[in-house]
Design a protein. Structure first.
Length: 293
């Protein structure tokens, strides 16, 4: 096995030596230390190059999870020679993955501090001149209750006024941000309670907390309540967006992928799902001036 110095691996990869040190600092390149020196095994570097080349042939989508979005991805994966993978880590963590170059694109639904929707999250987490934002669809979020609504709940606020068990969503998810905004808007002070239901990691998970009797109420998208036959109290409609780095927007693999988000290409059974409005699907919400129309 041939061992390379930093200078040698710089020449081997045709990358500036300072960039090699930055890759080492960020742990983005395989290396080891021997006697205080940084060294590289050429065989492992070759394998690293191959793995990164293979990754560029596929799409990794980080961020929020959604049933309709996954159905469209399944449609893409059946038709395309490439593969799209999803990492459902929540909107905020998805943006962090995108910023760190660990994802091709990210799905988000993040409200402003006043509960409204704009692109301010781009300025909070990213540099908006480096990204394109495309609307996927709008979807209804609200309260999940048992089908017979045994507590006769009529609003989100009433859940807490009655002291019922509420299963919140995980920190970092777009839905958790929305719920926290509702707490603030209604003046609801939720104190830490060891007996409270554990946080749900997804919309389906939130619905199952109610179905299993672990919680009296939870929060999520309407489509899940329709699937599981739960009572749903709509609270608001939110935009669900796709963020793509501007540098990748015009690449063939990204253009082929976003083309699946055209109404004419969507399977008919996906066009009228309860709780979704797809009238704006594929609409460009933000694009840097550096990209031509």
């Amino acid at each position: 096995m041939r061992i390379l110095s930093t200078k040698e691996v710089s020449a081997y990869l045709n990358i500036n030596e300072k960039k090699i040190y930055q890759l080492v600092k960020d742990c983005d390149i395989p290396f080891t230390r021997l006697g205080g020196k940084i060294i590289f095994a050429q065989e492992i570097i070759d394998r690293w190059i191959h793995q990164n080349t293979e990754l560029q042939k596929n799409i990794l989508i980080s961020g929020s999870d959604d049933l309709l979005f996954r159905e469209i991805i399944d449609h893409y994966n059946r038709d395309s020679s490439h593969t799209a993978f999803c990492a459902a880590v929540g909107s905020v963590n998805g943006i962090k993955m995108l910023k760190n170059g660990r994802a091709t694109m990210s799905c988000v639904h993040i409200a402003d501090q006043d509960g409204q929707y704009s692109l301010s999250f781009l300025d909070r987490y990213l540099n908006r001149t480096d990204y394109v934002v495309m609307r996927l669809f709008n979807r209804k979020q609200g309260v999940y209750l048992l089908p017979d609504n045994p507590h006769s709940i009529k609003s989100f606020k009433e859940i807490f006024a009655r002291g019922l068990r509420f299963a919140n969503r995980n920190q970092g998810s777009g839905t958790r941000i929305l719920v926290d905004q509702l707490f603030k808007e209604h003046g609801i002070n939720v104190k830490p309670d060891a007996s409270a239901p554990p946080e749900a990691q997804s919309h389906v998970g939130a619905a199952m907390k109610v179905l299993s009797g672990e919680a009296d109420a939870s929060f999520g998208i309407q489509n899940v309540s329709e699937m599981l036959k739960l009572k749903f109290i709509p609270v608001f409609e939110e935009p669900f967006n796709l963020i793509v780095p501007a540098g990748q927007w015009e690449s063939r693999i990204v253009r082929d992928f976003v083309a699946y988000f055209e109404q004419t290409r969507m399977p008919r059974h996906l066009q009228n799902l309860p709780g979704y409005d797809i009238s704006e699907i594929g609409k460009i919400i933000w694009k840097p001036e550096s990209l031509a129309d």
